[in-house]
Design a protein around this ligand. Structure first.
Ligand SMILES: Cc1cc2nc3c(=O)[nH]c(=O)nc-3n(C[C@H](O)[C@H](O)[C@H](O)COP(=O)(O)OP(=O)(O)OC[C@H]3O[C@@H](n4cnc5c(N)ncnc54)[C@H](O)[C@@H]3O)c2cc1C
Ligand code: FES
Length: 252
C-alpha cells in the first residue's frame, strides 16, 4: 500500500504520481509497478523516479483507457494498492564506456530513473535522445539537462527539436560511439528501428511495454518471441523482462 504524496501534470493527458513506499523506492530502474485501478484490474507502469533516501517513488503515465483515467483522477492522500517492484530492470552500464538513453513518449520516464542513479559514476557525458509526437508531449527534458546529459529532442511534426524520430540522432551517436551502450524504451516500432540501426555495434538494452495480465509470470498474456537460455521461444515480458538485451529479442 502506497499513499500518493504529490501529483503533477507534465503534459496534456499525462500524470506523474509520487508515492511513499520504501519497498518501491528500492526498485531497479526499468522494473515496474503493478497498480490496482478501476474494477480491481492492475496496470503495469514503470518508475520515473526512485529515491531510497526518502522512500519515495514516482510513476508517470499517459491516460489511454479506463485504468489510467481512473489513476489520473486520484488525489494526494489516496492510498494505492501497488504490487512491486516487478520484472527485470536495466543492467548498470560500464561507467568507462559512453551510454545513450533513447526514449519515445511514455518510454522516457523509466530512463529518467536510470539516469538519476547512473550519472554520478559516468566517466563520459551521457546522452539522452527524447522523442515525442509534438512539442507539448516532450517529457522530462529539463530533468535530463539538470543531470548533465547531452540532450537531443525530436518531434514527429518538427514543433520542437529536430523533425523526425529518435533514430536520426541515435545513428549519429552510434557512428561516434560504436562501442557505446544504448538503453531504449518506447513503442515497438521504435525499438525495432533501434535494433536495426545499431546492427552489431555496442550493447543495446530494450524495455518493452507489452499488454499484461497477472504481471508475475502465470498467465502468459505478455509473451513475445525471443532467444532464451534454451534457444528460440516465448519470453514473458513481466518476469523475463521488461528489459531485454538486443540478442534476446526477435522482432517480426
Ligand atoms: C512494463 C511496462 C511498463 C509500462 N510503463 C508505462 C509508463 O511508464 N507510462 C505509461 O504511460 N504507460 C506505461 N505502460 C503502458 C501501460 O501499462 C498502459 O498504457 C496501461 O496498462 C493502459 O491501461 P488502461 O486501462 O488505461 O487502458 P486500456 O483500457 O486497457 O486500453 C486503452 C488503449 O490502450 C492500448 N494499450 C493498453 N495497454 C497497452 C500497452 N501496454 N501497450 C500498448 N497499447 C496499450 C489498448 O490496446 C487500447 O487501445 C507500461 C507497460 C508495461 C508492460
Ligand atoms: S502478464 Fe501474466 S505471464 Fe506476464
Amino acid at each position: 500500500m502506497a499513499p500518493i504524496i504529490k501529483r503533477k501534470v507534465p503534459a496534456p493527458d499525462h500524470v506523474e504520481l509520487w508515492v511513499h513506499s520504501p519497498a518501491l523506492a528500492g526498485a531497479t530502474p526499468g522494473q515496474f509497478a503493478h497498480v490496482v485501478t478501476q474494477g480491481m484490474l492492475r496496470r503495469p507502469i514503470s518508475f520515473s523516479r526512485l529515491d531510497v533516501d526518502t522512500g519515495n517513488a514516482a510513476i508517470l503515465f499517459q491516460v489511454v483507457g479506463t485504468g489510467t483515467r481512473w489513476l489520473a483522477n486520484q488525489e494526494v492522500g489516496t492510498v494505492l494498492d501497488i504490487l512491486g517492484p516487478l520484472g527485470r530492470g536495466f543492467p548498470v552500464p560500464d561507467a568507462h564506456r559512453p551510454w545513450c538513453l533513447v526514449g519515445g513518449g511514455v518510454g522516457i520516464p523509466p530512463l529518467l530513473a536510470a539516469a538519476s542513479q547512473w550519472t554520478g559514476a559516468a566517466q563520459t557525458r551521457p546522452a539522452a535522445i527524447l522523442g515525442a509526437r509534438s512539442d507539448s508531449l516532450v517529457l522530462l527534458e529539463e530533468e535530463f539537462r539538470q543531470l548533465g546529459h547531452e540532450v537531443w529532442v525530436t518531434t514527429d511534426d518538427g514543433s520542437r527539436g529536430t523533425r523526425g524520430t529518435v533514430i536520426g540522432p541515435l545513428a549519429r551517436w552510434l557512428a561516434k560511439n560504436p562501442q557505446g551502450q544504448v538503453y531504449a524504451c518506447g513503442p515497438t516500432a521504435m525499438l525495432s528501428a533501434v535494433v536495426a540501426i545499431s546492427g552489431q555495434r555496442g550493447d543495446v538494452w530494450l524495455a518493452l511495454e507489452q499488454r499484461m495480465g497477472c504481471g508475475v509470470g502465470a498467465c502468459l498474456a505478455c509473451v513475445v518471441f525471443g532467444n532464451g537460455p534454451e534457444g528460440p521461444g516465448y519470453r514473458r515480458v513481466c518476469t523475463d523482462g521488461p528489459v531485454f538485451s538486443r540478442e534476446e529479442l526477435i522482432f517480426p
